[in-house]
Design a protein around this ligand. Structure first.
Ligand SMILES: Nc1nc2c(ncn2[C@@H]2O[C@H](COP(=O)(O)OP(=O)(O)O)[C@@H](O)[C@H]2O)c(=O)[nH]1
Ligand SMILES: [Mg+2]
Length: 262
């Protein structure tokens, strides 16, 4: 039987970019792998959903309003687990990350060399990143390196791959964002993280959701909250019953026109 790979794309008002991302997702690079695309629509008010369906998305999850990127990723990955994914990918909807390079990130997981793979922009080629964003990335990456006592190149990547055990076990403790708390959580649980170089091109459409003040206000306390919690792989339900839920999507749409996916 084929293994199942679900590509989760969180999206908020990305009608100009999401179609290109979905078109670039490689579907048939391994004979033993079936790839499907799940878009988590987080309160978009534009044509994100229509564009995603036209581009070939297999499933759309609709969040109840604009719940935040952390909540959208948590819900999407949880759904991927429930649908039986052996491996799941998350990639931003804004076409900054190279969906065509997904196979390079999946390989270490399918070959049993890693449980959690990050696409690293700073090991690869970065185009168009403004200086203040670059320093912001260095700062938050250094903070994670210190807290985890291991070198990390890029702690804020919007392109990551998860093994099935990690999907089952990972927790995202805030709704606003996932970037740092996810890695702290997974690595502290003892999973093997690997970084793989990717190319990166800053968005040419839409707008970044990051507002400096709001980002600091949410992310810094979340990092310290995550670090002060005890973690233990495999028994999160026992330890944190309140955290195992995800925001219930209001609707799940299966793109019958595509004729694939689960
Ligand atoms: N779920 C959700 N996703 C969002 C929201 N704002 C942005 N995104 C998505 O999160 C990803 C990263 O956002 P982006 O604004 O590009 O952040 P940046 O790359 O760090 O500048 C993109 O796929 C966006 O569509 C939001 O409010 N909710
Ligand atoms: Mg982006």
């Amino acid at each position: 039987m084929k293994k199942k790979c679900i590509v989760v794309i969180p999206a908020h008002n990305e009608e100009e970019a999401i179609g290109q991302v979905i078109h670039k997702v490689p579907r048939f690079f391994r004979k033993d792998l079936e790839v499907s695309v799940l878009v988590v629509n987080d309160g978009s008010t534009d044509r994100t959903v229509q564009v995603a369906l036209e581009a070939g998305a297999d499933h759309i999850l609709t969040m109840p309003g604009n719940c935040g990127l952390g909540a959208a990723v948590r819900t999407g990955l949880k759904r991927a687990y429930e649908w039986g994914a052996d491996v799941a990918v998350m990639i931003d909807a804004d076409n900054e990350y190279p969906a065509e390079e997904i196979p390079n990130l999946i390989e270490p997981i399918l070959e049993g060399q890693a449980d959690y793979v990050m696409g690293s922009r700073f090991m690869g080629k970065v185009k168009g990143m403004k200086l203040h964003r670059r320093f912001g990335n260095y700062f938050f990456t250094a903070l994670q390196s210190i807290l985890l006592r291991r070198w990390i190149y890029d702690g804020q990547s919007g392109m990551r791959v998860f093994s099935r055990p990690v999907l089952n076990d990972l927790e995202i403790i805030h709704d606003y964002n996932y970037a740092q708390v996810m890695t702290l959580n997974i690595v502290r649980k003892g999973y093997r993280m690997m970084e793989v170089p990717i190319s990166y091109q800053v968005r040419t459409t839409g707008r970044s959701f990051i507002k400096f003040g709001a980002y600091l206000k949410h992310v810094i306390p979340a990092i310290f909250k995550e670090m002060s919690r005890p973690v233990s792989a495999g028994n999160r339900k026992q330890l944190y019953p309140a955290l195992t839920g995800s925001k219930t999507p209001t609707s799940i749409f299966r793109n019958e026109g595509r004729g694939s996916g689960g």
